[in-house]
Design a protein around this ligand. Structure first.
Ligand SMILES: *Cc1c(COP(=O)(O)O)cnc(C)c1O
Length: 361
C-alpha cells in the first residue's frame, strides 16, 4: 500500500480505511455477479439489496420510525437549497431561516429567488458568524424553520436544536449527520451532502417525514419532487449507484466497527476536546468561535499572522497532515475531524502544533 495521510479535508473528506479496502476487494466481482458495482444494473437484485440496506441502516442508526422516508438525490446539498422551498413552502405562510453563515445564507438566497416570503428570524452575522444565536422565538405561523446544524466553514454547531413547537424543522446536516445522537421528532426534513461524513460527493441523503409529502405541488418538474424519489425508492432514474454503495459501507462500518452513534459521538467529543483544550491553554493558537457554539466536526483556528498560517499548513503537509487550510472565504486554518478521522490523527496534529509553536512561537 502507498502512503496514507491524516486527512483533515473539509469535503470531500476522509473515508474509513476499512471501507476503501472493502471497495477495492469487491471491485472486480461484486457479490459473485462477475461485475463491479459500477457495471451492474440498478434494477438488479445486487443493487436493490445495496440501496435497501443503506436505507435500513440509516433508519436504525438514527432511530427513525416508519413515518420517515430515506432517499438519495443527485445534485448534492446545494440542490436541496432550491428543492426545499419549491416542495415544502405553503401558500400565504412565511418560511423562516436562521442564518449561521455561508451555507444557510445560500439556502436563504434560493428561497428568495423563488419569491417565497422569507423571514430571517435570527442571525449571527453581527459577530462574523462565530456563534449560534439563542435569542429568538419561532412563530407558529411559519411553514417551516430552516437551520444549518453544523457550519462547516465558520466552525460552529448547534449543541441543542431550537424549540419550534408545531413548526417542522428543516435541517442541513451535511457536515455532522451520523456524528452524534439527536431526537428526530421535531424534523420535517433532514438533508446531507454525502461527502463530509457518510460517503463521496455528488448525492444528498434526504430524510423526509411522510406528512411533509402532502405539500409537494403538482406543477413542479418530476425530478425535483420529493415524492418522485420516495415513491420510486430513489430509482425513478438511474441513481448514483457507486455513491449509494459507498454510503452503505460507511454506515456498516459505523454500526459494526464503531458500534453505533453513541460510541461515535463519544469518540468525536474526545477528538474535538483534544484540540479545543489545547487552544484554551495556548497564546499562539486561537479558536475563532465562541465556546458554547464550537463545532465537533470543523475546528477553526488562527495563528498570530497570516505568514505563520501559511507556513503551518505547508509544514504540516510535510508531516502527512493534510487539508488544514481554512476556507478561502475566511482564511486561517481548519481541521475537519469527521467520523473517519481517527483519534491517532488528532493526536498527531496536536503533537505537530506543539513542535511548531516551539519553533515559531
Ligand atoms: C458542503 C456543504 C454543502 C454543499 O454541499 P454540496 O454537496 O457541494 O452541494 C451544504 N451545506 C453544508 C453545511 C455543507 O457543509
Amino acid at each position: 500500500m502507498g502512503k496514507r495521510v491524516h486527512n483533515f479535508n473539509a469535503g470531500p473528506a476522509a473515508l474509513p480505511l476499512p471501507v476503501l479496502e472493502e471497495i477495492q476487494e469487491e471491485m472486480l466481482d461484486f457479490k459473485g455477479s462477475g461485475m463491479s458495482i459500477l457495471e451492474v444494473s440498478h434494477r438488479s437484485k445486487w443493487f436493490d439489496d445495496v440501496i435497501n440496506e443503506a436505507v435500513e441502516r440509516t433508519k436504525k442508526l438514527l432511530d427513525l420510525g416508519d413515518d420517515f422516508h430515506v432517499v438519495f438525490i443527485q445534485g448534492g446539498a446545494s440542490l436541496q437549497f432550491c428543492m426545499i422551498p419549491m416542495n415544502l413552502a405553503l401558500e400565504n405562510k412565511p418560511v423562516d431561516f436562521i442564518d449561521t453563515g455561508t451555507w444557510s445564507t445560500k439556502a436563504i438566497k434560493e428561497a428568495k429567488i423563488q419569491g417565497k416570503d422569507v423571514r430571517v428570524i435570527a442571525s449571527s452575522e453581527d459577530r462574523n458568524y462565530s456563534y449560534i444565536p439563542n435569542d429568538f422565538k419561532v412563530d407558529d405561523d411559519a411553514a417551516y424553520l430552516h437551520i444549518t446544524s453544523n457550519n462547516t466553514i465558520k466552525g460552529t454547531q448547534w449543541a441543542q436544536f431550537p424549540e419550534s413547537g408545531d413548526v417542522p424543522i428543516i435541517c442541513d446536516m451535511s457536515s455532522d449527520i451520523m456524528s452524534r445522537r439527536f431526537d428526530v421528532r421535531p424534523f420535517g426534513l433532514i438533508y446531507a451532502g454525502a461527502q463530509k461524513n457518510i460517503g463521496p460527493s455528488g448525492t444528498a441523503m434526504v430524510i423526509i417525514r411522510k406528512d411533509m409529502l402532502d405539500r409537494v405541488p403538482d406543477n413542479i418538474p418530476t425530478m425535483l419532487k420529493y415524492s418522485t424519489f420516495s415513491e420510486k425508492n430513489s430509482m425513478f432514474n438511474t441513481p448514483a449507484c457507486m455513491i449509494v454503495y459507498t454510503i452503505n459501507l460507511v454506515l456498516k462500518w459505523l454500526e459494526e466497527t464503531i458500534g453505533g452513534l453513541e460510541k461515535m459521538e463519544e469518540i468525536n467529543r474526545e477528538k474535538a476536546g483534544m484540540l479545543y483544550d489545547f487552544f484554551d491553554q495556548s497564546d499562539f493558537y486561537q479558536g475563532t468561535t465562541e465556546k458554547d457554539s464550537r463545532s465537533l466536526m470543523n475546528v477553526t483556528f488562527r495563528l498570530p499572522s497570516e505568514d505563520l498560517e501559511k507556513k503551518f499548513v505547508a509544514e504540516a503537509l510535510k508531516e502527512d497532515l493534510g487539508g488544514l487550510k481554512g476556507h478561502r472565504s475566511v482564511g486561517g486554518c481548519r481541521a475537519s475531524i469527521y467520523n473517519a478521522t481517527g483519534i491517532d490523527g488528532v493526536k498527531a496534529l496536536v503533537e505537530f502544533m506543539v513542535e511548531f509553536e516551539k519553533k515559531e512561537g
